[in-house]
Write a protein that binds this ligand. Sequence first.
Ligand SMILES: *Cc1c(COP(=O)(O)O)cnc(C)c1O
Length: 432
Amino acid sequence: MVYMSDEHNQDIFHWPIVTDEDEQAVLAVLRAGTMSGTDITKQFEREFADYVGTRYALGTCNGTAALQETFWACGVGIGDEVICPSMTYWASCTSALALGASLNFADIDPETLCIDPDDIEHRICDRTKAIVVVHYAGYPADMDRIMAIAHRHSVKVIEDVSHAQGSLYKGKMCGSLGDIAGTSMMAGKSLVVGEGGMVTTNNRELLERCIAFGHYERTAKSNYAVPSEQIKSENLNLYTGVPLGGVKHRMNQVCSAMGRVQLKHYPRRIAEIQKAMNYFWDRLEGVPGIRAHRVKPDTDSTMGGWYNAHGLYRAEELNGLSCEKFCERVTAAGVPIQCGANFPLHLHPVFHNFDFLHTGKPAMTAFSARDVRQGKGSLSVTERMHDLTFSIPWFKHFIPTIIDQYVEVFKRVINNHNDCCNRTQNKKEMLP
Ligand SMILES: *Cc1c(COP(=O)(O)O)cnc(C)c1O
């Protein structure tokens, strides 16, 4: 804890917080030369599973790899469909496309920015294998409704927890709510190990399929756990020692060593982030034009580490001032923010034209029974994100005097705009 009082770590935006303890843990791995081992990673997995509240966790080299395993584990393959929100990072779904499935993009809810439960069921067909749920910007998706839909149709739910490590949904941790989950812990996320990912699940069969896909060293007979019936029936353990996905997904132990230290301090650190971010929004409560993107404070749901924090924008309360103009003004006043969020994937040409698998057809239609590609105008909320949301500062420390200064900038921009509009309106009224 030597560096905790270090000016750098006290900086309200600096992240991740790296102390002497992380450095010692990483150095020990480097000095022992055990970067490619699994002993530390297995400890990290145990601690991670305990934190999330699942029976199992499996460390991977990145979040994309974790999600790729979960798709294969859920049986996603040639000719299948996967439902995924369009407004997310590409890694939420591209590896399903690479497995020969097509992606049926769903719209999001304008308040939660997570997949809209009302836009899922009509997309399900007999080839739908999985629904991807992204707890967007830390906001836990409406899992009760989503799980009910999935159960009705025997479809698996894969949580992408990359924005939401530590987010609670009705008292339960994101990553423990669906059939299986994948998360990223790359250097920009709220839980950081460097480059790394994690799969969490309570389902032994799904876990073993993830192991079989990309963790060849764990399928050697000597240390392979007793195979489940499913694994037996598919004879996966006939193929020990070679990863069935043809890939190597092992986590670097420099990362798992850092991860163990980061995880130990994570609950306390995100509690402070939550306090800081909720304070920011409390101070802006009632200001026209902008709304918090957050679960109600003081409930049993939380925003985790508030990764990729956003606000919701309502131009009609600011005389039609566009979100883009609003962001320009706040930025000019000294707080750099941007309108919109992730690019809508359903409009990206990769998901329309690209012949990924050299079949002579776009990957999205190469094997599917129907064409689920969607053009402009198909996902109305997702396509309006540019007008409906904006990024906000991501405070890591609860320092009211500093946060107040940011609050004042937002208030000033909005007040100035309203004063100016009211003046012109009044003037117009006075004209004969
Ligand atoms: C960061 C991210 C990923 C990918 O994780 P990597 O560790 O970068 O491979 C996946 N999904 C979402 C929503 C992300 O934000």
